[in-house]
Every structure is written in structure tokens, then in C-alpha cells.
Design a protein around this ligand. Structure first.
Ligand SMILES: *Cc1c(COP(=O)(O)O)cnc(C)c1O
Length: 454
């Protein structure tokens, strides 16, 4: 077999990266500082220390290009890392494309997605600074289950605010959290001021990530320091922890002497995509011809339709204000939409790279996305998470372009997670019940009027 004909490229534990890659020093310009939600002044580490342990705050602003991964953390990573890079040869044959398609399989983690890469790190640094209780929010339930798993291994209590419509639709993610010892509350809830305020206006509110974040942040902010808050995406330190994905992918491609032409990933808050793609950004900046494509749903078109502006991280305006692509903090997605890619904002580091045209963005409707996902399941076997399916549809589109032009491009994508707990969405697709809902432009205009004016 030729080197690049191998089905699976594996790394040994010895070959696993020992450091994360921090993109801060390689950004084309410095990030605009995050602002305090009440005063509009740049946030200080002290402001942030109400919510986060100091070691994570320091990672947030660090200008060191590489940051050591602690030994104890590496030991936990080894439960499922290094993850395999797999040649999607059967999908290639099905598409009759000369393109070579590879996927980095992050679905092999105990929670079934990339999310434990940062969950374990965040639980570790909190524990090290004496924090014994965390709060967080979860949309589709993947982050909540990933952090529950991490907190269980590191001995931390956890309360998860889960977006109401997912709480009702996804009993199994809820049960995973319970197995790993966490408490899971449907959001909006009557346990917080922000939740009660929303319920008063709309007792049947399906919830949103923005609302759930407000509830989790409120509990931590009012705890006087004993409870901290943990976020599964968007923040610099989260993206940093995820870079182990891209660093492994680079090593794996080097092993088979393959250079990528196109890198693809799906984006919600941007963490799996950034973790996968950021380690390749310096190569592109140095002149390598690589296209890096972020894929979002047309139901939540943050990068393709939103403005690049300062906005609140949550609905109740309690979380920091960040400069990012945003649909407005009062964005409430359609419950009909199956994917977990529903956050109104986008990671500031990723937003900046999209604004600077280093990274491209596309938005896709969900029916063709599920069609591509079904094709993947019936060729490569794994049933993708609906989020991951967005990346797959973009991969298929690029591979079909190669069929027309005859180009043998190398397409590598991040397989962010499996869809074993999203089968109801597949059922809806197979029954023809999914709607290709595009978020209306006038709604975006309306939301943008409410951006902070500092
Ligand atoms: C959470 C999640 C996403 C979206 O979040 P990002 O921070 O954008 O990565 C994508 N895929 C899967 C499987 C997820 O669980």
C-alpha cells in the first residue's frame, strides 16, 4: 500500500502533542478587548475572576505561541486520544471524485464529541485553584455531558442549564449527565432571576443558549466566589484547548506525506473548527495555498449574515461584551432546526480571521445537509451529529467540484461528533418533516438595533 492509501492514520501516545497552540501572537491584528457588560469599559482579569479561575484567564490573554499541557491532563486525554485520522475512501468512491477526503474523528471521546478536550482542561484548572462547584449551559446537551464527564473524573459538582426544547427532545443526553453525577435544569427556569424574567413574558419559551448562559452566569456571579462558570465554546482558552485536534491532524498528515488543500469544519461558537484549523493558519499566512472553510446553518447565519460588532455574550447582558460576528444577543433560533449550531455570536479569534478573509464561511440549508450525512453513514458507517453533517455537506460539494474539474484535491474535515443521541432529527428528516428555514434578513436588522452602544 502507498503511504497515502492507508485507511487510518494513528499516532502513538508518545506522539501525542505536549502543548496547545495559541493563535493570539499570530493574529493579523490584536483582538479588540472584551468589555464589561455594565460599564462598557475593557474587562480586567479581576472582573473575569468572578467567573473563571486565574489560570484560564491568563490563557485567555496569553501571547505565548505554545502552552504546556499538564501531565495529569495528558493522562486523561489518553483515554481516547490521539484520535484517528481516517481516509473516507468509500465516500470518495460513492461520489466518484478524484478528491482525497480525510476526517479527524473526534467522535471517539467518552461523550461522543470534541468537547471533552476543553471540559477536562477547564475542570482541571478549576480544581487546582480549589473550586469544587461549576455551573454551565448546554444546548443540544453535548457540552453538558462533556463537562459532566470531566467533573466526574476530577471530583467537581456541576449544575447544567439545558435549553428547554432540547431538554424535552433529548432525554438521553440528560441521563448521561445524571450518570456522571451532574444536576440538569431546563432553561429558562424559575431558579434564577434571569430565568424568571423570561418565563414571566413567555411561559412557553423554548429557551436559547443566550438565556441558559445568563442563568448559569448568574448563579456563579452571586456565589461570592465559591461557584465558577464554565463555557464550552467561543472563548480564547476554549479554542486553545481544542488545538490538540489540529496539532494531531498535522502530525498525521505529515506521517503519510499529504498536504491539505481544503480544511473544513462546522461552526456553532467556533471551538471544534478553530481547534482543528488554527494550527494550519500560520502555514497559510506563510504562503501555502490552503482554503479554510467554516460551515454554518442558514437558520443561524452568524458569519455570513451578521455584522462584525461588539455584542453581549448572552440575552440578559450579564456575560462580557465581545467584538465578533453576531446575530444580536436576543436571537432566538427556530426549535424546528435540528442542529446544535444555534449560538448568536462567534468566537472573537475566528471572527477576526473571517473578517480578514483568512478563513471563508458558507451557510447551508439542513435538508441537503442531512442527505449528505445519510450518504456518509451509508459509506463510512458512522452516524454524524447534525452539526458535523454541515461540514460533511460542504466536503461533498467541494468533492463534486473536483469531479467536474478532475482535480485531485486533498480535503480534510473535522468529524466533531457522532449523532447517536440525535436520531430524532434523522427521523424527522426521513419523514420529510425538516424545514429549510432561513433566518430572515429583517429579523437580523431588528436585532442589530439592540447592539450595545458604548
Ligand atoms: C457543540 C458541537 C458543535 C458546535 O460547537 P463549536 O464550538 O462550534 O465546535 C459542533 N459539533 C458537535 C458534535 C458539537 O457537539
Amino acid at each position: 500500500m502507498l503511504k497515502d492509501e492507508e485507511k487510518k492514520v494513528l499516532l502513538t501516545e508518545e506522539e501525542m502533542p505536549r502543548q496547545w497552540y495559541n493563535i493570539n501572537p499570530d493574529l493579523p491584528e490584536p483582538l479588540d478587548p472584551p468589555l464589561h457588560p455594565k460599564t462598557g469599559k475593557p474587562l480586567t482579569p479581576d472582573d473575569l475572576s468572578v467567573l473563571f479561575p486565574m489560570s484560564l484567564i491568563m490563557q485567555e490573554v496569553s501571547m505565548d505561541r505554545y502552552i504546556d499541557i499538564p501531565e495529569e491532563l495528558l493522562d486523561i486525554y489518553k483515554i481516547w486520544r490521539p484520535s484517528p485520522l481516517v481516509r473516507a475512501s468509500k465516500l470518495e468512491r460513492f461520489l466518484d471524485t478524484p478528491a482525497k477526503i480525510y476526517y479527524k474523528n473526534e467522535s471517539v471521546s467518552p461523550a461522543g464529541s470534541h468537547k471533552p478536550n476543553t471540559a477536562i482542561a477547564q475542570a482541571y484548572y478549576n480544581k487546582k485553584e480549589g473550586v469544587n462547584k461549576l455551573t454551565t449551559e448546554t444546548g443540544a446537551g453535548q457540552w453538558g455531558s462533556a463537562l459532566s464527564f470531566a467533573c466526574s473524573l476530577l471530583g467537581i459538582d456541576l449544575t447544567v442549564y439545558m435549553v428547554r426544547c432540547s431538554y424535552d427532545q433529548k432525554p438521553y443526553r440528560k441521563l448521561m449527565m445524571k450518570i456522571w453525577g451532574a444536576e440538569c435544569i431546563a432553561s429558562p427556569s424559575d431558579t434564577t432571576e434571569s430565568g424568571r424574567a423570561i418565563l414571566e413574558k413567555d411561559p412557553n419559551c423554548p429557551g436559547s443558549l443566550g438565556i441558559a448562559i445568563s442563568e448559569a452566569v448568574e448563579v456563579a456571579a452571586k456565589s461570592g466566589g465559591s461557584i465558577k462558570y464554565s463555557l464550552g465554546s467561543v472563548l480564547n482558552h476554549v479554542l486553545l484547548h481544542q488545538t490538540i485536534v489540529g496539532l494531531e491532524t498535522k502530525k498525521q498528515l505529515e506521517k503519510i506525506e499529504v498536504e491539505p488543500d481544503i480544511l473544513i469544519g462546522c461552526v456553532g461558537g467556533g471551538s471544534n473548527f478553530a481547534g482543528f484549523a488554527f494550527p494550519f493558519v500560520p502555514d497559510k499566512q506563510a504562503g501555502k495555498d490552503i482554503r479554510i472553510i467554516a460551515v454554518e446553518p442558514i437558520a443561524c447565519p452568524t458569519l455570513t449574515k451578521g455584522p462584525f460588532a461588539y455584542d453581549y455574550g448572552d440575552t440578559a447582558k450579564m456575560a462580557p461584551i465581545a467584538k465578533m460576528f453576531t446575530l444580536g444577543h436576543d436571537f432566538v433560533p427556530q426549535p424546528i432546526h435540528a442542529g446544535g449550531l444555534r449560538y448568536h455570536g462567534m468566537a472573537p479569534q475566528l471572527s477576526l480571521l473571517v473578517k480578514e478573509n483568512i478563513i471563508e464561511a458558507v451557510a447551508l440549508p439542513q435538508n441537503p445537509v442531512f442527505k449528505a450525512s445519510m450518504d456518509f453513514a451509508n459509506t463510512e458507517g458512522i452516524i454524524p451529529a447534525p452539526e458535523t453533517a454541515h461540514a460533511i455537506k460542504a466536503v461533498v460539494d467541494e468533492a463534486l467540484k473536483c469531479r467536474e474539474t478532475g482535480e485531485e484535491k486533498v480535503i480534510v474535515f473535522n468529524f466533531s461528533g457522532h449523532g447517536h443521541f440525535d436520531l430524532a432529527a434523522y427521523d424527522a428528516y426521513m419523514n420529510g418533516e425538516l424545514v429549510d428555514y432561513a433566518y430572515p434578513d429583517d429579523k437580523i436588522k431588528e436585532s442589530i438595533k439592540n447592539l450595545p452602544k458604548f
